[in-house]
Design a protein around this ligand. Structure first.
Ligand code: NI
Length: 183
């Protein structure tokens, strides 16, 4: 049975630590961690979560996009666990857009990210996969992969003036049309 895990906050050492690769994907405790992360990110209404955010310094992230009150304009992506993910290609072009993080609640910032990326990873059954992402999904994947290297989104801002509080961000996006995501 899956249980909800406590989300580490910025300031905890694990959030700034480079995570280690996972060799034994099929171990029961590793599969349990996937189930617990899936439950935890759904409960927190996150678009993704990385194992270090629950205190486990291992290279595992979940990406799971759907529109909700935290991200009203998010596209749909079924919950996808990625073991040992790596960006193997990316666009030259970068784009700035808003991000938030379960480890820094109440803060939003405009962060430059590659517009499109191609990622290699292992699935929870150990299968090697490659997948391309564009737009918001590419942003979420880059954000989660950064967690595996001890990087949070506010470290990536061009200027600290691009950091605002979530309640002010809500006022700004109220009038914003949905993001068009093509893949
Ligand atoms: Ni985050």
């Amino acid at each position: 049975m899956a249980q909800l895990l406590t989300i580490a906050q910025l300031g905890a050492a694990v959030i700034r630590t480079i995570a280690t690769p996972i060799e034994a994907i099929n171990l029961p405790e590793t599969q349990q961690l996937v189930d617990d992360l899936l439950a935890t990110v759904a409960d927190a209404k996150g678009m993704g979560i990385a194992a270090p955010q629950v205190g486990v310094s291992k290279r595992l992230v979940i990406v799971c996009c759907q529109p909700n009150e935290r991200y009203p304009y998010a596209p749909e992506m079924p919950p996808t666990p990625m073991f040992n993910p790596e960006i193997i290609e990316h666009s030259d072009a970068m784009k700035k857009d808003w991000e938030g993080c379960l480890s820094l609640p109440g803060i939003r910032a405009e962060v430059p990210r590659y517009e499109s990326i191609r990622v290699a990873y292992a699935s929870r059954s150990g299968e090697r996969l490659e997948q391309s992402f564009t737009g918001f999904l590419a942003r979420v994947v880059q954000h989660e992969l950064d967690h595996l290297d001890g990087i949070v989104f506010i470290f990536r801002v061009e200027t600290t003036r691009d950091i605002i509080m979530e309640q002010e961000w809500r006022k700004r996006i109220a009038a914003r049309p949905p993001l068009l995501v093509t893949d």
